[in-house]
Design a protein around this ligand. Structure first.
Ligand code: WTA
Length: 632
């Protein structure tokens, strides 16, 4: 039976077999690696139609006991978080498991003192500093549900998320640094809260000594609050199916949805996938470059590494400041052994030139990982050769906010890696390819829609406040399956290559946006009548955002209106959703029933003008000529 780690190809195959023959026994063995306060009574209860999945029912645990308490006796002095600040001239900071445990308990008491109870929602809008990790774990300690909002989102996006979840407390900082730029986080929170009425308390961490305005009766300083609490805080006993967090993500409709993950299943799968994919060793210095505001930061910067008891490096800055060698210098400085980053970062560093990598020896590296979007072969090879020196296995990990953990990936050095392929599913994950009719495509060397036919412990449980939406989005396209929204190809060996989204979702630098969400934002500009957004291949970002915009009057100085639209989108969503290209058009290609033919717009945006398909059924076929002629 599966015990701790899959260490050979034979282990892998036998684990796959066990997980198929007796999934409950398999997952029970996996879950028993964790510390439970009370054992579960039933491993799995499930239905995909209607959707309801329960893992380890009756079991009680607290994920922070698994991240902290259980390591203290043997590894209390081992570094849990290794913090590398934005400015390389500032000192790095090591926080041991003992220290982190104490900080989490103290801040958990601060939360309690400020009215946070089990089940309450807490919004975290913070820089990538240890205080964010502390605040997140402190929520989990007392059973409050954290909702981390990436600090690049605008006040309006934050307000939408706070209102949807009904948060009563916000934790933030005065400001944050990213490269040469600084952002006023507290001011953005103030702006957001003008549109929220559930929040009674804002706890502010003093990071940059900025002295922001503090609203009497609502805002308190983190450091002042600490003076009133002690460091004893028992871990709240959580039911396995109690929610651990909400994380908002975009889909093909206009409104981001709150993906809900629960405690027992999430902890089990994140721990299992982390150990196996990265083949973790006790003295690893592991570095995941994702922000905690995204699922990768939740699962594989925070919870996964801490459950393993290893050192997780947390980096406040950006890959290109002060220069494009920053990642490599940090790897050498701290002896990083496992490095997990995104294709967009690799491509931008590749574009900066090899001279930025050559000065570093990178000897400490053992495993390289990639996540967030398909990695093209050129970037894969560059990563493998220049960073991994052809010594380190590259794991291309496919998964989603909704899956909670890595689903398809090589297990480093154990199962095969192939450029631009995520590889084989982890044991226990039953992926399938479906055809248009929803029939499973058998055999290899095939292409189809990627779906999963059996539950796994860390799958999305619901979308906050709207279970029907969760069911509709993931379980109705193909009855009986979880539908991923991705298209994939299975090669001759059964290894998966992810082709990309098959719905109206664009993946920009690993960040997901719905086309409708960006269109809604653009349409807020008063000069805009209508817009249509599509993705197009972008050398660095993977996909860029191309917007076709109809305005009341074609602008005399298009660059002014473009700037204005950038501003509109930055205000509505955040700078990360700014279109790369805007083309002003007098109409859009629509069918007689009024549906926008995105296929045509995609081809124009891609610059593939040779075969636009049949345009005669359009309401106004001539519009296509105008659009082609005006391509930017
Ligand atoms: C894409 C990020 C190809 C995919 C963890 C998925 C990938 C979406 C990969 C989820 C990969 C993620 N290869 N595509 N290794 N990893 N994707 O929710 O389209 O931010 O559906 O989760 O990113 O994005 P999300």
């Amino acid at each position: 039976m599966y015990t701790h780690r899959i260490q050979s190809a034979e282990d892998y195959h036998s684990a796959v077999q066990q997980s198929r023959e007796n999934p409950e026994a398999f997952w029970a063995a996996v879950a028993s690696n964790l510390q439970w306060q009370k054992p579960w009574e039933k491993v799995l209860n499930w239905s995909f139609d209607p959707y309801a999945v329960h893992w380890f029912e009756g079991g009680k645990l607290n994920i922070t006991e698994n991240c902290l308490d259980r390591h203290l006796a043997e590894r209390g002095n081992h570094t849990a978080l290794l913090f590398e600040p934005n400015d390389p001239k500032d000192r790095a900071r090591r926080i041991s498991y003992n220290e982190l445990f104490m900080e989490v308990c103290r801040f958990a008491n601060v939360l309690k003192r400020n009215g946070v109870r089990k089940g309450d929602r807490v919004c975290l809008y913070m820089p990538m500093i240890p205080a964010l990790a502390v605040a997140t774990l402190a929520c989990a300690r007392i059973g409050a549900i954290h909702s981390v909002v990436f600090a690049g989102f605008s006040a309006q996006s934050m307000a939408d998320r706070i209102n949807d979840a009904g948060c009563n407390v916000v934790v933030t900082a005065d400001g944050m640094s990213r490269g040469a730029k600084q952002l006023p986080l507290k001011r953005t929170v103030d702006e957001a809260l003008e549109h929220c009425d559930t929040v009674s308390r804002v706890i502010v961490y003093n990071h940059l000594n900025w002295q922001p305005e503090m609203l009497d009766g609502r805002d308190v300083w983190w450091h002042n609050e600490l003076e009133h609490v002690d460091s004893h805080c028992p871990a709240e006993p959580m039911d396995s199916e109690d929610p651990l967090f909400i994380l908002y993500t975009s889909g093909s409709t206009g409104k981001p949805k709150g993906v809900v993950h629960t405690t027992g299943g999430y902890a089990t799968y994140v721990d299992y996938s982390f150990r196996n994919v990265f083949q973790v060793e006790p003295n690893d210095v592991y570095w995941c470059t994702a922000d905690i505001g995204w699922i990768t930061g939740h699962s594989y910067l925070l919870y996964g590494p801490l459950m393993s008891g290893i050192t997780s490096l947390m980096f406040e800055g950006i890959p290109t400041w002060p220069d494009a060698g920053r990642f490599w210098s940090v790897i050498d400085k701290h002896g990083v052994t496992v490095f997990y980053t995104a294709p967009t970062a690799i491509r931008s560093l590749m574009a900066a030139g090899i001279d930025h990598v050559l000065p570093y020896n990178l000897h400490s590296l053992r495993v390289l990982g990639s996540v967030g979007e398909p990695i093209n072969e050129e970037a894969w090879h560059w990563y493998h050769v220049h960073v991994g020196k052809e010594r380190c296995p590259v794991v291309d990990t496919w998964w989603q906010t909704e899956t909670g953990g890595i689903m398809i990936s090589a297990l480093a050095g154990v199962t095969p890696s192939k450029p631009a392929h995520a590889g084989l599913p982890l044991p226990g994950i039953q992926t399938v390819l479906l055809n248009q009719e929803g029939k499973e495509i058998e055999g290899n060397d095939q292409e189809g829609y990627l779906a999963v036919k059996f539950p796994w412990p860390s799958m999305i449980r619901t979308t906050w406040g709207d279970h029907e939406r969760c069911y509709q989005t993931y379980f109705t396209a193909y009855k009986g399956y979880y539908f991923t929204g991705d298209g994939a190809r299975r090669d001759e060996q059964g290894m998966y290559r992810i082709i990309g989204r098959v719905d109206d979702v664009i993946n920009v630098s690993g960040h997901r946006f719905g086309t409708a969400e960006i269109e809604n934002a653009i349409n807020l500009n008063r000069s805009v009548v209508e817009s249509a957004v599509v993705g197009y291949p972008h050398d660095i970002k993977g996909q860029g955002i191309y917007a076709f915009v109809i305005c009341e009057q074609l602008p005399e100085r298009p660059e002014y209106l473009r700037e204005e639209i950038y501003e509109t989108v930055s205000t509505a969503i955040g700078r990360i959703a700014k279109p790369d290209k805007i083309q002003f058009v007098s109409g859009l290609p629509k069918t007689r029933s009024g549906k926008i033919m995105r296929r045509i717009l995609r081809k124009v945006a891609e610059g593939d003008l040779s075969n636009l398909g049949d345009t005669t059924t359009l309401l106004d076929p001539l519009i296509v000529d105008e659009i082609v002629a005006g391509k930017v």
